[in-house]
Design a protein around this ligand. Structure first.
Ligand SMILES: Cc1ncc(COP(=O)(O)O)c(C=O)c1O
Length: 350
């Protein structure tokens, strides 16, 4: 989280804007909260340049719930195609199989998820209801730097994108997207809020057994207030949107993220102790997994990092090693401090 956002939330905690209430105490139907929510949507639309024919939904359940909610709304119980590029897209495919035929259009499993299968090699069925990708694999550190153009591949199905872990870190080409979803907790705000941005024509086709609170059309018709939305998370996300706007919006954030990632990858590539295994053209700017060539030094590395106030560097348990998650709120100085520590640690291993 950007520190100014936390400071603003702290200042507003007991009394938001002279209302005499904390945001947590507001009715979601009161004018104060409706104003907060509308402003958040307006700012997000401006930041991400979301076209008018897309709805912005503020939901709950996180990315994993969307793995079920998307097929409940879009699959019609038919066939869907998944591009497997890491743990998160694998999970999405497995979950969707409960609601229809979840096919694998392509997979990078044989490469240990260190590459992205070229779109021209994907196999989508003519009956595909949608094609799913995870545009940034948080665990494997693989990112699509360009969204696939399904139309150019001869596929008319809409593209569904799980952009949980790099939303707002770069611009989005909405002409290639049918629906994008993401949990807020990486780049947008606190956990609890799930963002869904969906093309209007894709709504209104939910399966009859889709829970009402998860029916995109109902949620949209009720301005995300069919059920009580995660009000406090929406408010804090709104503060993050204002922070993003103040700091030059998504274009400025993207430049900053490129600089941060380049610094870290350049260091890794020139090191004899550390290694990143992801192919250069699909390395994530947000999540940088790396390994010590001598894994017996892992604990010492982490202990030294903690002493230097560099936290949460342990890699995901499914892949091991280390991972630096350098989300929007991480300043360049944070990555510089990490690289300085890593350089010093490497020297002590010589
Ligand atoms: C890309 C991606 N998708 C889905 C999820 C799952 O999100 P949640 O924990 O909000 O359900 C995560 C969580 O880290 C993620 O990184």
């Amino acid at each position: 989280m950007p520190e100014p956002v936390l400071q603003q939330a702290a200042a507003d905690m007991l009394d938001w804007n002279g209302s005499g209430m904390s945001v947590m105490e507001m009715s979601h139907r009161g004018k104060e909260f409706i104003g907060i929510c509308e402003q958040a949507e307006t700012d997000l639309r401006e930041l991400l340049a979301i076209p008018d024919h897309f709805k912005v939904l503020f939901m709950q359940g996180g990315g994993l719930a969307e793995n079920a909610i998307v097929p409940l709304n879009l699959s019609g119980g038919g066939a869907m195609d998944f591009v497997l590029t890491g743990s998160w897209s694998q999970k999405s495919q497995k979950e969707a199989a409960k609601f229809g035929t979840a096919r694998v259009a392509a997979t990078a499993q044989a490469d240990g998820f260190t590459t992205l299968p070229a779109p021209a090699t994907w196999h989508m069925g003519a009956d595909s209801r949608y094609v799913h990708i995870c545009s940034n694999e948080t665990i494997h550190g693989v990112e699509f730097h360009e969204l696939p153009d399904l139309k150019a591949l001869g596929c008319d199905a809409p593209l569904v994108v799980d952009f949980s872990s790099h939303v707002a870190s770069r611009s989005v080409d909405w002409s290639r997207v049918g629906l994008a979803f993401g949990g807020a907790q990486k780049n947008l705000g606190p956990a609890g809020l799930t963002l869904v941005i969906v093309r209007e024509d894709l709504m209104g086709h939910a399966l009859s057994h889709c829970p009402s609170a998860f029916d995109y059309q109902l949620v949209a018709d009720n301005q995300s207030m069919y059920n009580t939305p995660p009000t406090y998370s929406i408010y804090v996300a709104g503060l993050v949107f204002q922070w993003l706007k103040k700091h030059g919006g998504i274009a400025a954030m993207e430049q900053r993220n490129i600089a941060k990632a380049q610094l870290l990858y350049d260091f890794l590539d020139n090191s004899s102790l550390y290694v990143n295994k992801v192919a250069k053209d699909c390395r994530s700017r947000m999540n940088v997994p790396f390994f010590l060539r001598d894994e017996s030094r892992n604990d010492a590395f982490l202990a030294g990092a903690k002493a230097a106030n560099l936290l949460q560097l342990k890699g995901h348990k499914s892949v091991g090693g280390m991972r630096a998650s350098i989300y929007n709120a991480m300043p360049l100085e944070g990555v510089q401090a990490l690289v300085a520590y890593m350089r010093e640690f490497e020297k002590t291993q010589a």
